[in-house]
Unconditional design. Structure first.
Length: 153
């Protein structure tokens, strides 16, 4: 296996979390937590740019990983969950409570896939792998924002 293929697999599987036999998407989302914590010192515009960069990287990595695994949206690919969680965290300060709330909300929307999230999976290549999780992150982020403005977070 070529070095570039190893790197693609490492990133696509969320440093191996997607290889978990139990709930790989949830395990991948857990990998998103330390990535969010790395963003603590960043101001919102910098966090936004970082998340946009991660989305672009995830689309590329996911597309390559689909070809490596020869399967559309293989469950081992969890970089999309990592990115979706980052989107859910964008509208709020990074705290222990917000991380827990975003984790639960993102997993609910990622599993439920309300309209039009489910249809976004039909996009080609890495786009179809990642954009539905970005949309689930947006749904979770809107609720996070509402919880923040209501004083709950």
């Amino acid at each position: 296996m070529a070095t570039s293929e190893k790197i693609i697999k490492l990133l696509a599987t969320g440093f191996g979390s997607g290889l978990s036999p139990f709930a790989p998407g949830t395990m991948g989302t857990l990998v998103g937590i330390p990535i969010s914590l790395l963003c603590l010192p960043l101001i919102l515009p910098a966090r936004l740019l970082f998340v946009i960069f991660l989305i672009a990287l995830a689309i590329y990595i996911s597309g390559r990983a689909e070809r490596i695994y020869s399967k559309k949206d293989d469950q081992r690919i969890v970089i999309d969950e990592i990115v979706g969680f980052q989107v859910a965290m964008l509208p709020v300060a990074i705290t222990g409570l917000s991380i827990c709330a975003a984790f639960v909300l993102f997993r609910i929307f990622d599993i439920w896939k309300p309209f039009p999230v489910r249809h976004l999976q039909n996009l080609p290549g890495g786009w179809g792998v990642v954009i539905d999780d970005v949309a689930a992150g947006i749904y979770a982020g809107v609720i996070m924002l509402a919880l923040n403005y209501s004083g709950i977070l």
